[in-house]
Design a protein around this ligand. Structure first.
Ligand SMILES: [Zn+2]
Length: 306
């Protein structure tokens, strides 16, 4: 029996409908942010879920056996890249033994490829000193302009794997981009009165966000990305904040509030827990709500400060 005859036989048996022949692409994203964007682009032609949850530190995710099972069945793996997942993803990919999603295979997508990446180090890479951002800042999804670029990468990858659905994926991309453009205008308008506001953040999760929305991040609670606060660094930071009159400290949901609260007490700064990811708190159910939530949080706190 040749292939044509098998298809014909299956068709007679009612099994070779297009849906059966093609199935939905099974996409796994490393983070909820990428899963949200992927869902917008893939619509009902894909299934998509994330490995890390938005309330977890994406640099340090506990590798569970269930993640390997997800990856075993994946057609596509979308990763943030820039070594964000270097501490946990490579062994999962390897142990999945899924040839489709190995780094460099057709089903592996590094979502950072088209994105604007900030803080690219010049000179020596400093991972030896504990820096978890050796290839530039991997929190680039915090700029909606990069959200559009990520969506385009995903749409192109899905189109490559399912050429028959190319028009659908490109139309989904156009719709997502248009809705994001509209939302971005609203977000920029809400933030415009606070341009140049100085603040400190715990980790370097927000440089892309700050650049897009005109904020001035002047220091970090961590002495280096991935390194917990030290007494000397905290003291220097407090002095700097007093000198520059900084009244806001942003903390990602997965960090201990002890040091930020101590800094707040000493400087009179507000300490805000601000999620950098979809799923960071339960109200943030998609990529749009991430910016809605964070910008609303900031605007409310700016009103209190001024
Ligand atoms: Zn980071």
């Amino acid at each position: 029996m040749n292939k044509k005859m098998i298809v014909a036989a299956l068709a007679i048996a009612g099994l070779a409908s297009p849906a059966f022949a093609q199935g939905k692409l099974n996409v796994i994203a490393t983070t909820e942010d990428l899963a949200s964007i992927g869902r917008e682009v893939g619509g009902d032609r894909i299934t998509i879920e994330s490995i890390a949850k938005g309330y977890q530190d994406p640099h340090f995710v506990e590798a569970k056996p269930s993640f390997i099972l997800k990856l075993q069945k994946a057609d596509v793996l979308v990763a943030v890249g820039r070594e964000l997942e270097i501490g946990w993803l490579p062994p999962l990919i390897q142990q999945s033994r899924n040839g489709k999603i190995q780094v460099g295979a057709q089903g592996y997508l590094d979502a950072s490829l088209g994105a604007t990446i900030l803080e690219i180090p010049n000179g020596n890479i400093t991972r030896a000193m504990g820096d978890v951002h050796p290839l530039g800042n991997p929190h680039y999804w915090m700029d909606p302009e990069n959200g559009k670029r990520i969506a385009k990468e995903i749409a192109d990858k899905l189109s490559e794997l399912r050429p028959s659905d190319r028009a659908f994926f490109q139309q989904q991309l156009a719709s997502f981009t248009a809705r994001l453009d509209e939302a971005e205008k609203r977000w920029l308008a809400a933030m415009a009165p606070y341009k140049g506001t100085k603040m400190v953040t715990y980790h370097r999760s927000f440089p892309n966000f700050a650049e897009r929305f005109g904020l001035d991040i002047v220091g970090y609670v961590e002495p280096r990305p991935g390194i917990p606060p030290t007494p000397q660094h905290t003291l220097d930071l407090i002095n700097e904040m007093k000198r520059m009159n900084v009244k806001l400290v942003l903390v990602e949901p997965y960090f201990d509030l002890k040091t930020p609260n101590a800094i707040g007490r000493d400087t009179g700064a507000q300490v805000l827990v601000m999620p950098p990811s979809v799923g960071g708190v339960k109200e943030i159910t998609d990529y749009f709500k991430l910016f809605d939530y964070d910008i609303n949080l900031l605007v409310k706190s700016f009103a209190k400060v001024s």
